[in-house]
Design a protein. Structure first.
Length: 154
């Protein structure tokens, strides 16, 4: 058989496994977000030693490296004062005639389905430092967002 058609093992044909991408910019977190990261690291540190060699262990180790990095780089954001839209605030606003409510949190804590958006999201960046009843531009439209309420829930 020709050498061109021979392969040593199936391993060389597997897709490469890359590290989990780290979001760019500072790793700002709320106190709750920091607690979630700490819990994730603890759970993975408990899980990894129990797994047999193989893809599941490799995936758990990769995830543990990600969460350890996130824990090491976490910067607890100062508590908001509620005077303006800031990291950690819950803001009620009107966009396109529809009232919505979102809490601005860190990248790893963000979950839009639960009303938690990252401070790096375009919508959050548009509202940052806005005051109550202020209208701010968004998506190329002046006065697209009206700030209705600013709360500190967490």
């Amino acid at each position: 058989m020709s050498v061109a058609f021979r392969r040593e093992s199936d391993e060389e044909h597997l897709e490469p496994k890359f590290e989990i991408p780290i979001p760019p910019g500072p790793n700002l977190v709320t106190a709750h977000g920091l607690s979630l990261i700490q819990q994730k690291v603890a759970a993975l540190e408990t899980l990894v030693p129990t797994l047999p060699e193989g893809p599941e262990l490799d995936a758990a180790k990769r995830e543990l490296r990600y969460w350890r990095t996130r824990l090491a780089t976490a910067q607890l954001a100062p508590a908001p004062d509620g005077a303006t839209v800031e990291f950690g605030c819950t803001v009620t606003f009107v966009l396109d005639g529809r009232e919505r409510m979102l809490t601005i949190v860190g990248d790893d804590e963000a979950n839009p389905a639960e009303g938690l958006i990252s401070f790096s999201a375009p919508l959050a960046r548009a509202m940052m430092r806005a005051e109550l009843e202020e209208r701010v531009p968004y998506n190329g439209k002046p006065d697209a967002i009206e700030i209705i309420e600013i709360r500190i829930d967490r």
